[in-house]
Design a protein around this ligand. Structure first.
Ligand code: MTE
Ligand code: MO
Length: 229
């Protein structure tokens, strides 16, 4: 396995395993290790089986502990940096969305209900500097990052989500607070959100550093010859 191109190889292996059946028959031990290393689903071997409700639980670092401090810090090029507690997020105007959730590897969960603070409302609350052009998101454990242009981040279908399917966002799904970028592939929807940083330029996120598109609109070609249709 080529370390440099770990993610695309891992994805092809997963797709191969899906084609071969859940047991991954005839997929060698090395390939299986690669799948575990790259995708490390929280629920272990459930990685190639649809989980309850059609979701698969993805985490590039395997199990993630619960955050000691569940605050989401908004900082960088903003007038009033602030760490928002879940209670403070709940006190801001809430936005609800019902959208299909789609991973670039091909699985999709129809009609997922989300609620939380629309990102543009949070950006208005902290006051974005005129120098800011992009937003960088960090998981609280520092293992995963994502990015949006400021224009994308101002869409009302981008949520700092605290609720999913009518309840709190569970730990496996990135709770207590995760990002939902409804019009883009699942990898944009960073779990275990710890920090929202306003920046001058786009900093490509975890999977984007590994070959996936920075603009991850669902339904538009992502320009990869091995992309699932
Ligand atoms: N912190 C973090 N966020 C993440 C990921 C991850 O590995 N770590 N995987 C992404 C990918 S590829 C997808 S498809 C979705 C999956 O969300 P789920 O685990 O709630 O199904 O989370 C995204 N957010
Ligand atoms: Mo994904």
């Amino acid at each position: 396995m080529d370390e440099e191109r770990g993610a695309p190889v891992g994805r092809r292996v997963v797709l191969a395993m899906l084609g071969l059946g859940a047991a991954g028959v005839a997929v060698g031990a090395t390939a299986q290790r690669e799948v575990t290393r790259v995708f490390s689903p929280v629920n272990g071997l459930g990685d190639v089986l649809p989980a309850v409700g059609g979701f698969r639980f993805y985490s590039v670092v395997g199990t993630v502990r619960a955050p000691r401090d569940p605050r989401v810090r908004v900082d960088g090029l903003v007038a009033r940096p602030h760490g928002y507690s879940p209670g403070e997020l709940a006190a801001l105007p809430q936005t609800r969305l019902r959208r299909d959730f789609q991973c670039v590897t091909g699985w999709r969960v129809p009609h997922v209900e989300w609620a939380g603070v629309a990102l543009p409302d949070l950006l208005d609350a902290v006051g974005v500097s005129p120098r800011a052009r992009a937003v960088r998101f960090h998981s609280f454990d520092g293992a995963y990052t994502e990015s949006l242009t400021l224009e994308q981040a101002r869409r009302r279908d981008v949520l700092v989500a605290t609720s999913m399917q009518g309840g709190p966002v569970g730990h496996d799904h990135g709770g207590p607070v995760r990002l939902l970028v409804a019009p883009m592939y699942g990898y944009k929807s960073l779990k275990w959100l710890g920090r929202i940083e306003l920046t001058e330029t786009v900093h490509p996120g975890y999977w984007e550093e590994r070959g996936y598109d920075v603009d991850a609109w669902v339904g538009r070609s992502n320009g990869r010859d091995d992309a699932p249709t």
